[in-house]
Design a binder for this molecule. Structure first.
Ligand SMILES: NC(=O)c1ccc[n+]([C@@H]2O[C@H](COP(=O)([O-])OP(=O)(O)OC[C@H]3O[C@@H](n4cnc5c(N)ncnc54)[C@H](O)[C@@H]3O)[C@@H](O)[C@H]2O)c1
Length: 320
């Protein structure tokens, strides 16, 4: 099946369009049907991929020629989209965040299990450099014990991207829509946190998202993590400082491996990390497509649901 996987796309917005184009770049998949609640977006993307323009999700899911779906709708829609796709017998690639709340994730996972289909959640940071190589090097013991990590992902113009991003009912909030990336990555590196505490500030404004959100997390072995995010900053800024026993890794341009600095007691340098220059989204979709033949997808619904559980407990701790 995977040499010519026939895909349906649900959600033809900014990211759905990108995902569909990337899926075709794998050389193993074709986008054969698309749908969006906005008919103009459906028509535009259908024309681009010579795909069927479906009036709604039901029409797309009823097509026998669709083997699997890419879901790139706002987070509040993920639960319904994914459950309907599973019940229609389609394999699913679901964008992050998996869904709004642990209960919604549990319902998706139950529907997927009942239908015997495969579900992967798009936590692409696991494929992004330098995160991917840092995680791999840490696991092989190159840096020694993890002592303290600090992340910041400060947004200035994020709320202008799409109106739903500023509505908690649509996006879930900043931790769901943005911090889900780093929180998921942290789980893959350090395991499940022992504790999380959030502090949130919010002034009345036309949107509902956090101005600032500061998280403090505790992991086994004494590793502590601080994360600062939010939407009210005067400029976009995204970086990290990861302090290990034998090395400190830092960057003020998080997604640019060339900006990674390493101070090390063992002579380590960024060259030792061997970054993969392949598009991370291509790596992610290749992995997903390969998993449809070989079994378990690399990021399962149970795995992604644990990231949602972490987000929920962070919000609970702040009374948000
Ligand atoms: N992995 C990443 O790097 C990354 C980057 C950006 C966005 N995303 C994720 O992708 C998803 C979409 O984000 P976006 O930026 O493309 O938003 P967007 O607003 O540009 O697109 C969402 C689209 O979904 C459509 N839609 C809404 N409800 C629908 C429904 N029930 N059925 C069909 N279509 C529906 C909207 O009309 C819109 O066209 C979100 O989950 C977001 O978190 C992931």
């Amino acid at each position: 099946m995977t040499s010519d996987l026939r895909l349906g796309l649900i959600g033809c917005g900014q990211f759905g369009a990108f995902l569909a184009a990337t899926a075709e770049k794998t050389g193993s998949a074709r986008v054969v049907a698309v749908t969006d609640v906005d008919p103009a977006r459906t028509a535009k993307l259908a024309a681009l991929h010579s795909a069927r323009a479906c009036a709604d999700e039901q029409a797309l899911l009823a097509l026998g020629e669709v083997d699997a779906v890419l879901i790139a709708t706002p987070p509040a829609q993920h639960q319904g989209n994914a459950i309907n796709a599973a019940r229609a017998g389609k394999h699913i690639f679901l964008e992050k965040p998996m869904a709004l709340g642990e209960a919604a994730c549990a319902e998706i996972n139950a529907a997927v299990r009942d239908a015997g289909v495969s579900l992967m959640v798009g936590h692409v940071l696991r494929y992004f450099e330098p995160y991917r190589s840092i995680a791999r090097a840490y696991r092989t013991g190159k840096f020694g014990r993890a002592l303290h990590f600090s992340f910041w992902r400060l947004e200035h113009d994020f709320l202008q991207i799409s109106p739903w991003k500023g509505q908690r009912a649509g996006s879930g909030g900043y931790l769901y829509e943005v911090a889900a990336h780093e929180l998921d990555w942290l789980r893959t590196v350090l395991g499940e946190p022992l504790a999380v505490q959030a502090q949130i500030s919010k002034r009345p404004a036309s949107h509902e998202l956090e101005d600032t959100v500061a998280l403090q997390l505790a992991f086994a072995g004494g590793t502590s993590v601080h994360y600062l995010g939010g939407t009210a900053f005067p400029a976009n800024s995204h970086g990290y400082c990861l302090r290990f026993e034998h090395a400190t890794l830092s960057s003020d341009v998080a997604f640019d491996p060339a900006r990674l600095r390493i101070e090390s007691t063992t002579g380590l340098s960024p060259d030792d990390l061997e970054f993969d220059t392949t598009d991370p989204y291509l790596l992610e979709l290749n992995d997903w497509i390969a998993s449809l033949d070989s079994g378990t997808p690399p990021i399962t619904g149970d795995d992604a649901a644990a990231t949602i559980a972490l987000i929920e407990s962070a919000y609970r701790s702040a009374g948000w």
